[in-house]
Structure formats: structure tokens, C-alpha cells
Design a protein around this ligand. Sequence first.
Ligand SMILES: CC(C)(COP(=O)(O)OP(=O)(O)OC[C@H]1O[C@@H](n2cnc3c(N)ncnc32)[C@H](O)[C@@H]1OP(=O)(O)O)[C@@H](O)C(=O)NCCC(=O)NCCS
Length: 415
Amino acid sequence: MEQRKVSRQGMATMLTQVEESRKAKEKYVFWETQPVTQFNEGGEIEEGPIAAPRAVDDVQAQPYCLPDSFEWCVCNLNEDAVVQEVYELLSNNYVEDDDNMFRFKYSASFLKWCLLCPGHRLEWLIGVRVKASRKLVGFISAIPANIRVNTKTVAMVEINFLCVHKKLRAKRLAPVLIKEITRRVNKCDIWQAAYTAGVLLPKPVATCRYYHRSLNPRKLIDVGFSRLAPRMTMARTIKLFKLPGTTATPGLRECRQDDTPQLVELLNAHLGLYKLAPMFTPAEVTHWFQNIDGVINTFVVESPDAPGRVTDMVSFYTLPSSILGHPQHTELKAAYLYYTIALSVPLRQLVSDAMVLAAARGYDVFNALDLMQNESFLRDLKFGQGDGQLHYYLFNWRLAGGCSMAPQDVGLVLM
Ligand SMILES: CC(C)(COP(=O)(O)OP(=O)(O)OC[C@H]1O[C@@H](n2cnc3c(N)ncnc32)[C@H](O)[C@@H]1OP(=O)(O)O)[C@@H](O)C(=O)NCCC(=O)NCCS
């Protein structure tokens, strides 16, 4: 995922992949061999698995072969030294924008939160090391998730953090990592996966866009993330993006562990509105909707009329980026809107409150995708459209007729 380009409102964007890759390549040497919807599919195909069902015992027992000088390892993120290695690999080699000005910098604590979730398996946190030096040069991860696609709920994994060291690119290591994680997941009797990417691969189930809301316009302009709109001065721009000093929603407070039972009900009911959405267990709700500074923030609305009753929720996660080669600034602090439930107040108000809280915590920019009901607030809250796309994919699952869905049908947020 990546990019950073100036869009119509003068904001820049930096997720997802290169602009030119929006068009499908002529040949996908690897992906054409995989059980994924291909670009040329259509007609009367039924919704469901693509590959014929297999038994776990028929799944290859041995890991795939790596080139001679490399070996597989399990990245046990319970060990600080290992988290540090994964953090460094990603900090130096993960997704960059088109112009190589920014690079995602997932923090070590974020990686632990994200990958040591309920039901995680260490053997799904796969590293590739150089045999001689033990240096970590590749990574891919899977975590379990129950995901509903239209009417069927499927036990899947979410694949993330595919990364190959810059010096080892274009050597077909990525397909080996993908095949190896598939094998290990299949060994656990799981046959479907969900993943997102900025690159266009066969074939997205949905394509969303990122939107960006300036919290610290001066810095964003300084570092080239956004630019001054025509006929705007810096002073007017700062005024335009100025947020209220306090939140507007009575009863808004940090989410606590004892909110879990109510949140499970609210979330699973709300997510029922979408065609592609996770189904959360109580343990998952406790894990995904907590407050860890600099990682994940979750706020609920406790009804002023009925103390103890939770009516709404808003959450955002923290994903900074390194600012590459800037004389003063080294890091862009970005909040990404995660899940929301707006029942007693307008979604616009909840998200505005989340931005007020993020601004107070020193974030530079607040990002949101155009999925779920987010379109309803983007314009009013002065989000600018990014120019990159985030494609959603399913492995070994096709939609009826090989079709795709609209961003508003997507109720799944992957980190
Ligand atoms: C993504 C990355 C691991 C691919 O490795 P690479 O060395 O560039 O490419 P390889 O030669 O190993 O493999 C090429 C194959 O991987 C596929 N591929 C590239 N990026 C991919 C992605 N993000 N997801 C899945 N497959 C991808 C290519 O389409 C190609 O397959 P094809 O022949 O069917 O088209 C590497 O470029 C990288 O680490 N980039 C920075 C981090 C990143 O973008 N990660 C993905 C986040 S979604």
C-alpha cells in the first residue's frame, strides 16, 4: 500500500500503491496459479470457495524451499529482541509512497497488539533469515478472524505485513512467503484469507479510497504531505482546519474492559449492515477495542440518561510514517479511523470528537477510508481525497459471478 499525491483539496495521501499500477498487468505469473478470482471471470459462477476442498493431511508437510542462503524462522513477538527485529525490517523496508518521501513506521507495541491477538499462532508469524548472519530479511503474518461475506461467515485469516528487504526485491521471494503462509494456515484447516494492498492483483472484492484530514496543516505542508491550496495563505489554512478545544458528545469516555459485553452486541449488530465484515468474539472485542497510548484508542458514549448503557463507539489506531530526508521533521503522526458505531449521535459528531482527541494528543493527520458509512462525514469534516486506492482481496473465495462490491458495502478494516 502506498502513495502520496496532491489531490483536489490540496491534501496529499500516502497509503496504497503506485498510480500506474491501477491498471491490471497483462500477466500475473504467480497470482494466475492461485485460487483467487481472475480478471476475466464472470457469468453464472456461484459464491464460495474456488479450490476443491482438501483434507489437512493432504497439505504438504514440509515448508517450501527457500534459496540456499536463507532459512525460515518463527518470529516470536513475545520476545522483545524479536519484536525489535521485525520493527526494524518494516521501518526500513515496508510501504513507501510513490515519491519515496514517507514510509510506514508501525511501532513495536503496535505490532504486538496487532499480531498477538486472541487465537494467534506463533507459526503464522513467519520470518526469513540469512543463514550466515541470522539477519531478518523477510516477513509475513496471519491472524485468525471470522469474516462474513454476504450470508456466509467463514473462519479465515487476515494476512498482513508482507515485506522483503529492499536488497532482495524482484527475486520472487514474495510468492514463496505467500505459499508458505498458505500452507501453514491450511495445516490448521483454514482455507480462506482476507488481505488488502495498494497494488492491483487478481481481483479486488472492493476498492476503497483514503481520505485525509489535516490536524497540523503547517507541518503537513512543510514536509510535502499536502500543499497550500491556490489563493490560500498559511494563516487561513490553519484557521480552516482549527478544531474545537473540547468534544461535543456528552458521556464520551475511554472504553473499559467491562464495556465488552455491550460492545459485542453493538458491533456485531452494526456490522450486519455490510456485505464484508468481521464477526467479533468477546475476547476479540476486548483486545481490539482497548486504549493503548500510541497504538489504539477507543471511546464509547455512555448514555447520560441511562448510566452504564453504552450507545456509541469510535476508535482510531496509530500508524506513524518516517519522513524521509527532511531536515527538521522525522515522523508524521497519523491516526486512522478504525470501527465506529453511531446510534445516539450523528457519525459526523463522533468522528469530529475523535479528531479533537487526536489533535490534543499531537497527531498531525487523521485518515479514514470511504467504506462503511464514512462518506457521510468526509466533506463536512474537511477530509481531502487521497489519490490512492486500497484494494480488498479474498483468497480462495469468489463472489457470485466474480463480481465486486462497493466501498459502502465493506465493513472490514485491516491494519
Ligand atoms: C511486496 C513485496 C514483498 C513484493 O516483493 P518483490 O521482491 O517486490 O516481488 P517478488 O519478485 O518477490 O514477487 C513478485 C510477485 O509478488 C506479487 N506482489 C507484489 N506485491 C504484492 C502484494 N502487496 N501482495 C501480494 N502479492 C504481491 C507480484 O504481483 C508478483 O506476482 P505476479 O507475478 O503474479 O504478478 C516487496 O515489494 C515489499 O516488501 N514492498 C514493500 C512493502 C509492501 O508493499 N508490502 C505489501 C503491503 S500490501
